[in-house]
Design a protein around this ligand. Structure first.
Ligand SMILES: [Zn+2]
Ligand SMILES: [Zn+2]
Length: 144
């Protein structure tokens, strides 16, 4: 079964606004061409013509699965990044907060430093700063 070049006579134009199969065109896998032909067999090579897109359901399923996988991967990466930042930053955050308290930074400056280095949200930075300053100020208050 080989293409004899006859199929080009039946070559179908790509329809506008609809699919090739939907508009009655058939595809020959051997000639790799869409033709306008009523028969089941290619008038050129004699191979069985395709009247439906192959594995349409399977393809749709596959696409859905690939998309789902991609979504999961993105999610995983995001989660990992968050975890990594949390783990790596806890030391840094602690140090920053300790420095801030010992060097009497203002809360605003400390928040700004945390946000600058850690990309932390202002809310989270403020919370941490508040905690750190309150924790440190208590013993001082007792001493005084
Ligand atoms: Zn052909
Ligand atoms: Zn053919």
């Amino acid at each position: 079964m080989t293409c004899k070049g006859i199929c080009t006579r039946y070559k179908a134009q790509k329809p506008v606004g609809t699919g090739r199969y939907a508009s009655g065109q058939r595809r020959c896998q051997i000639c790799e061409i869409f033709i306008k032909w009523e028969g089941l067999w290619c008038p050129c090579c004699g191979y069985r013509l395709r009247t439906k897109p192959r594995n349409l359901k399977y393809k749709a399923k596959l696409r859905a699965r690939v998309e789902a996988d991609a979504a999961i991967k993105v999610q995983t990466v995001e989660t990992q990044q968050v975890v990594k930042i949390d783990a790596a930053s806890s030391e840094f955050v602690k140090e920053t907060l300790e420095t801030a308290v010992s060097e009497s930074w203002t809360k605003t400056k400390t928040v700004a430093e945390l946000r600058k280095s850690e990309g932390m949200t202002i809310k989270k930075a403020r919370e941490l700063v508040k905690e750190a300053f309150e924790a440190k100020s208590k013993p001082i208050a007792i001493k005084a």
